[in-house]
Ligand binder design. Structure first.
Ligand SMILES: NC(=O)C1=CN([C@@H]2O[C@H](COP(=O)(O)OP(=O)(O)OC[C@H]3O[C@@H](n4cnc5c(N)ncnc54)[C@H](OP(=O)(O)O)[C@@H]3O)[C@@H](O)[C@H]2O)C=CC1
Ligand SMILES: O=C(O)C1=N[C@H](C(=O)O)C[C@H](O)C1
Length: 236
């Protein structure tokens, strides 16, 4: 996708795997070789590389587009503090459609808060490392942000006995084949069901979003940004 875009080029690919120590210092030769003219770092990799990624980005004041999912609460705190020094954009899903879905589910949750059960089902390929998907968690957080009574996330319901409570928000992960990424949000009421669904048909949608994010972020002041900033920015 970058090859077809005249505005940007790939300066380097780097490895942030923390696997080498010399005198207690982690050594990352490939990371040190990054071209000084690098304007933005894009990360679609593994949460294990986060400490090195943040340290490098902060030290060199290079904005970072972090698309990797599966971060721990501590990782998320570290991203937040790093964003005080350098611009960081995080998004569990770079597609335009999912970012619209995040606001649609908020609207639906508000309207149906009193008597609809809410469940999320996500489906992904059999190579995915984390579950549930970062997008499913972002959808759940978006729903919760709209509700007066916050829901409690219940993952999978395996071996769970007893009835579902109204406070539950079920989150379910399906893994198989080469499914790119499907997210369905089900609002189930008495006698009616509303389902809001997004299907990524190709991984290109994530690359397109990441390129838009790069163009948005490269000259931004320190701060924590997300895809809704990009989408709402007409020049991005
Ligand atoms: N925000 C979004 O829109 C999207 C986010 N993702 C997220 O991106 C991440 C990667 O997913 P996906 O592309 O499917 O995974 P893949 O396994 O296909 O690709 C990950 C790549 O990252 C490389 N990698 C792993 N660790 C490091 C590291 N420490 N430093 C540098 N490179 C590393 C891997 O190299 P090697 O093969 O050598 O291990 C591999 O090339 C996941 O967290 C996924 O959820 C994915 C799609 C969209
Ligand atoms: O791993 C993937 O493939 C994807 N991961 C992201 C997530 O965890 O939400 C986004 C997308 O659905 C593809």
């Amino acid at each position: 996708m970058v090859k077809d875009d005249e505005g940007i080029t790939i300066a380097a690919g780097v490895d942030t795997t923390p696997d080498k120590f010399i005198n207690d210092y982690l050594v990352y030769p490939t990371l040190n070789a990054v071209n000084e003219k690098t304007d933005v770092i894009v990360d679609f990799s593994n949460p294990k590389g986060l400490p090195i990624l943040l340290a490098y980005g902060m030290e060199n004041r290079i904005p970072m587009v972090i698309c990797t999912t599966g971060h721990s609460p501590e990782d998320k705190e570290n991203i937040k503090s790093a964003s005080e020094k350098v611009a960081i954009l995080t998004s569990a899903n770079m597609s335009l459609g999912v970012n619209l879905l995040l606001s649609l589910v908020k609207q639906a949750a508000k309207a149906l808060e009193e008597n609809f059960d809410i469940e999320i089902i996500e489906k992904h390929h059999n190579q995915k490392m984390d579950s549930p998907s970062g997008t499913a968690l972002a959808i759940a957080d978006s729903i919760n942000s709209a509700l007066k009574e916050k829901k409690e996330y219940v993952y999978g319901r395996h071996s769970k006995t007893g009835k579902r409570t109204f406070q539950e928000l079920g989150i379910h992960a399906i893994r198989g084949g080469n499914i790119v990424g499907d997210h369905s949000v089900i609002f189930a009421g008495a006698g009616e069901v509303i389902e809001i669904n997004h299907s990524a048909l190709s991984r290109d949608v994530f690359a397109v979003g990441a390129i838009r994010a790069v163009k948005f972020l490269y000259d931004k002041d320190p701060g924590l940004y997300n895809m809704s900033d990009v989408v709402s920015n007409a020049t991005a």
